[in-house]
Design a protein around this ligand. Structure first.
Ligand code: HEM
Length: 341
């Protein structure tokens, strides 16, 4: 059997994106399950007429909604976003059952699809966060640094984000974490460029990575390099976008990271918010506040087109005397767990 096709997770960076996070009302489960099967059709209706704009849409489903829509089986590593609390900074977990990550070269198509999707979902789903992201110059965030350079490429990108045989029932899927960050640009811009570069671990204008020995332990790059005990580096794909409202003096980065194993992203967040070692929290957090946080599972394209109905969970595995499918020991990094400093 062919491997299931992933949703359009690995879309190259675009000029525009809309990030929609929604909650689903009790009783609306049947309507939402039905609407999810229309997502790819709506994407085709809006995008087919202007193919060069390369409209894509990725739909993600949160842990609690998964249980309400589909019951069992469930993706092995799906759980609610835990939130992270360090001595100085915290990453809250906020409400969210569904994510739509809509991307295109032109904003109008993103907007049209967002409108059609929310119409189709109807009154059973409420948008609790909506962010309109834009590309800023040469892929810079509003801190002024090029953002996305070290994303894996080609086969390495696929390997980093697409679930494979470690969870065969959900192969072709992916996990995604989103967080909305607001920057204190006044304080950031008051730093000399050299201090900003030390906070990130790269040069600002030319985007050159510092040598490892020159990266301060609290720099963003030092804390976000994840290498396991066997020496293997674990990567994620990020498609961050700037957003803001100048009238409100709101300047933000919408962080969106995909991985085949959410432990990798959660280890990065542990390092950023608590520190590695604890106490060395990420210097960019002194200028960036996380105001939302969610984890979703992105099922394969075919799952989304034809979602199964609800099925009650089988008796707990220990009653059957079999290994627990929800906590496979293959693929585990042995790096998670520490969430509070
Ligand atoms: C305020 C929010 C954030 C901003 C402005 C930001 C910005 C940046 C920039 C400028 C870089 C260097 C260039 C690049 O490789 O992309 C970078 C790298 C990176 N960031 Fe972030 N980031 C943010 C949040 C996060 C979060 C929350 C995570 C993980 C949970 C993360 C993970 C990474 C990773 C893995 C790298 C590449 C490290 C490497 O291999 O060199 N970032 N980020």
């Amino acid at each position: 059997m062919d491997a299931p096709e992933p949703q359009a997770v690995l879309t190259p960076l675009t000029e525009a994106a809309i990030f929609l996070v929604l909650t689903v009302k009790d009783g609306a489960e049947d309507a939402i399950r039905d609407a999810l099967s229309d997502v790819s059709g709506l994407k085709r209706s809006v995008g087919f007429r202007i193919p060069e704009v390369e409209l894509t849409c990725v739909a993600g489903i949160g842990s609690e909604l998964w249980d309400r829509l589909f019951g069992a089986p469930r993706p092995a590593r799906l759980h609610p976003f835990p939130g992270f609390r360090g001595n100085r900074h915290s990453a809250p977990a906020t409400p969210g059952d569904l994510l739509f990550h809509i991307r295109a070269h032109h904003f109008d198509l993103c907007f049209e699809l967002a409108q059609r999707l929310t119409d189709r979902l109807g009154a059973g789903a409420e948008v609790v966060d909506e962010v309109h992201g834009f590309r800023s110059f040469d892929e810079r965030d509003l801190l002024g640094f090029v953002d996305g350079t070290e994303n894996p490429d080609g086969g390495a990108a696929f390997d980093a984000v697409v679930v494979g045989p470690e969870d065969p029932g959900f192969a072709g899927g992916s996990y995604v974490v989103v967080q909305k960050y607001l920057h204190d640009l006044g304080a950031w811009d008051a730093l000399p460029v050299e201090a900003q570069e030390r906070a990130i671990g790269r040069t600002k204008l030319s985007d050159i990575e510092f040598a490892d020995e020159d990266k301060p332990p609290n720099s963003h790059l030092a804390l976000n390099t994840i290498v396991d005990e066997g020496g293997t580096q674990h990567q994620i794909m990020r498609f961050n976008m700037p957003f803001g409202e100048v009238g409100k003096r709101e300047f933000g980065t919408y962080f969106i990271g995909y991985a085949k194993n959410p432990d990798v992203i959660e280890q990065m967040l542990t390092n950023m918010f608590i520190g590695r070692p604890p106490g060395t929290s990420d210097r960019i957090l002194d200028f960036s506040r996380a105001v939302t946080g969610n984890l979703f599972f992105v099922p394969s394209a075919e799952f989304l087109d034809d979602p199964p109905g609800f099925a009650a969970a089988e008796p707990a595995s220990d009653e059957r005397g079999e290994p627990d499918a929800a906590s496979p020991d293959d693929g585990s990094l042995g790096i998670g767990g520490l969430r509070q400093g």
